[in-house]
Design a protein around this ligand. Structure first.
Ligand SMILES: NC(=O)c1ccc[n+]([C@@H]2O[C@H](COP(=O)([O-])OP(=O)(O)OC[C@H]3O[C@@H](n4cnc5c(N)ncnc54)[C@H](O)[C@@H]3O)[C@@H](O)[C@H]2O)c1
Ligand SMILES: [Zn+2]
Length: 408
C-alpha cells in the first residue's frame, strides 16, 4: 500500500544521507586509517554516538555494526573485573565475540535459558548467587548481552548486588537497541503482573551492534519496529516519514538506515529520560499505545503476542481514538495503521477480545489516576500528550470498531 502524502513538514534537521566516502553527521572519526580493515571503515562510516545526559549518571550510547567484536569499545572497562549475563539463544551467536573483545574468561559468563519467564525472582537469585560465587567485587562490572529480558534482569541484579555495581548494556534485539537498553529501568516480573519489581539503575555505556540484528527472527524484528513507529508518532514526525519512505531498506537491514533510525529513537528517549528520569511526568509519553497493548497481553496470557506486536495494535487504537476525538486527522490515523500493517504487525485485537475486556483490563493499568483512565494520545504525528480529559464515548467507538471482527 502506498503511504498518504505526509501532512507534516519534513524537519530540516534530518541529516541528509552521507555522500559516498563521507561520514554521517555525528558519526565518529575513524580511529586509525592505516591498517584498519575496509569492513571497519564501512562500520565507522555509519557509526552513531550520543550521550544520555543525567548529570553524574550520564553515559554514552554507541550504535554501529561490529561493536561486539571490537576490543576498542571495551577499552574503558580495562583493569576491572567483568561478568557477562546472556541467554541460550544469544550465547552461541555472540558470547565468544564479546569474551574475546573484552578479554573475559569463559567461566565469567552466565548463560540463562531464553524467554520472558526468566525475568523472575528465581532467576534473579540465580544471577546474584553466581555473582557472589564468582566473587565479583564492588568495582566490578556486569555486562548484559541480549534482548530486553537479559538487560532488565542483569541490570536489576547489578542494581542490588552489593548495593549496586556498574553495568553495561549490549542489546542484541531491535527492541532493546531502541528502547529497553536506554533509560535505566530494570526489573523482573511478579505473578501478579509485569515489571512490578525493579529499580532505576543507569548503565555505564550502551553498545548497540546493528550486525546482531542479522540473526534476529523476523517476528522479533517486527516487534521492535512497533517501538520505532511509536517514537515517530510520539515525538519525531520526520522519523515517521522516514519509516514510510524507507521501510524496505530498514527491513533489508541496510546498515546506515538502521543506525540512523536507532539513533533517532535513542535520542528521543534520551531527551525524555533526561527531563524525567523517574517517570513523574513526560516519560509517560513513552507509553503511547501501551495501555491498549497491556490489555491485549494480559488477555492473551503473555505467551501468544509479543510485546511489540501488542504495541503496534495499541498505536493504531490510540491514533484512531485521537482521530475520533477530532485531535488528529483521520488520514494520519490511517497512515499509522498502514505503516504498522506494512511491518507485518497485527492491526486487529485477538479473537474473542471484546470492548468490555479492554475496558476492564485497561482500568487495571498503572496509568489510571484518581479513578480516571489516563491515555497517551496524539495531536499530530510527532506530537503526543498524556490526558484523562477525553470523551469516553470516543473510546467506546474505537473499541467497538476494532473489536467488530472479534464479536461478529
Ligand atoms: N527497561 C525498559 O525500559 C524496557 C522497555 C521496553 C521493554 N522492556 C522489556 O524488554 C523485554 C522484551 O525484550 P526483547 O523483545 O528484546 O525480548 P527478549 O530479550 O526475550 O529477546 C527476544 C528473543 O530473541 C532472542 N534474541 C535476542 N537477540 C538475538 C539475536 N541477535 N539473534 C537471535 N536471537 C536473539 C532472545 O533469546 C529471545 O528469544 C520485556 O521483558 C520488556 O518488559 C524493558
Ligand atoms: Zn514497549
Amino acid at each position: 500500500m502506498k503511504p498518504n502524502p505526509p501532512s507534516v513538514p519534513v524537519d530540516p534537521s534530518i541529516p541528509p544521507p552521507p555522500a559516498a566516502g563521507k561520514r554521517a553527521p555525528g558519526a565518529k572519526a575513524p580511529l586509525s586509517k592505516s591498517g584498519a580493515s575496509s569492513r571497519r571503515l564501512r562500520a565507522e562510516a555509519v557509526a552513531r554516538e550520543l550521550q544520555v545526559k543525567l548529570g553524574a549518571r550520564s553515559y554514552p550510547l554507541h550504535i554501529a555494526p561490529g561493536l561486539l567484536s571490537d576490543p576498542s569499545q571495551f577499552a574503558s572497562l580495562r583493569g576491572r573485573l567483568l561478568r557477562v549475563v546472556t541467554d541460550a539463544n544469544v550465547a552461541p551467536l555472540y558470547l565468544q565475540k564479546v569474551l574475546s573483545a573484552a578479554g573475559i574468561a569463559v567461566e565469567d559468563a552466565l548463560v540463562l535459558p531464553a524467554g520472558e519467564t526468566q525475568k523472575s525472582w528465581a532467576t534473579l537469585e540465580t544471577v546474584i548467587d553466581w555473582l557472589l560465587a564468582t566473587r565479583l567485587p564492588r568495582d566490578g562490572v556486569v555486562l548484559a548481552l541480549g534482548g530486553g529480558v537479559v538487560g532488565d534482569l542483569a541490570g536489576f541484579a547489578a542494581s542490588i548486588y552489593q548495593r549496586g555495581v556498574d553495568f553495561v548494556q549490549l542489546p542484541t534485539t531491535l527492541l532493546a537497541q531502541v528502547d529497553s537498553s536506554v533509560g535505566g529501568k530494570t526489573g523482573v516480573n511478579h505473578p501478579r503482573g509485569k515489571n512490578l519489581i525493579g529499580a532505576f539503575h543507569q548503565p555505564q555505556m550502551v553498545l548497540a551492534d546493528t550486525d546482531a540484528l542479522k540473526t534476529l527472527p523476523p517476528r522479533e524484528f517486527a516487534a521492535g519496529l512497533a517501538e520505532v513507529i511509536k517514537c515517530g508518532l510520539l515525538g519525531d514526525a520526520p522519523l515517521f516519514i522516514k519509516l514510510e519512505r524507507e521501510l524496505d531498506r530498514l527491513l533489508a537491514l541496510d546498515p546506515s538506515t538502521l543506525a540512523e533510525v536507532i539513533e533517532r529513537c535513542c535520542r528521543l528517549k534520551a531527551r525524555i529520560v533526561a527531563e524525567d528520569e523517574r517517570e513523574s511526568g513526560p516519560r509517560a509519553l513513552l507509553n503511547l499505545g501501551h495501555t491498549f497493548a497491556h490489555a491485549v497481553e494480559t488477555f492473551t496470557g503473555y505467551d501468544q503476542w509479543l510485546h511489540g506486536e501488542a504495541v503496534g495494535l495499541g498505536l493504531c487504537m490510540a491514533a484512531d481514538l485521537s482521530a475520533k476525538l477530532g485531535w488528529l486527522p483521520q488520514a494520519d490515523a490511517d497512515r499509522c495503521r498502514a505503516l504498522v500493517a506494512r511491518c507485518n504487525l497485527p492491526v486487529l485485537p485477538p479473537a474473542g477480545m471484546k470492548p468490555d475486556d479492554f475496558l476492564r483490563l485497561m482500568a487495571q493499568d498503572k496509568k489510571v489516576a484518581g479513578g480516571r483512565l489516563r491515555l497517551v494520545l496524539l495531536r499530530a504525528i510527532g506530537e503526543s500528550l498524556v490526558t484523562a480529559d477525553f470523551d469516553p464515548a470516543a473510546l467506546d467507538a474505537t473499541l467497538a470498531q476494532f473489536c467488530a471482527h472479534t464479536t461478529a
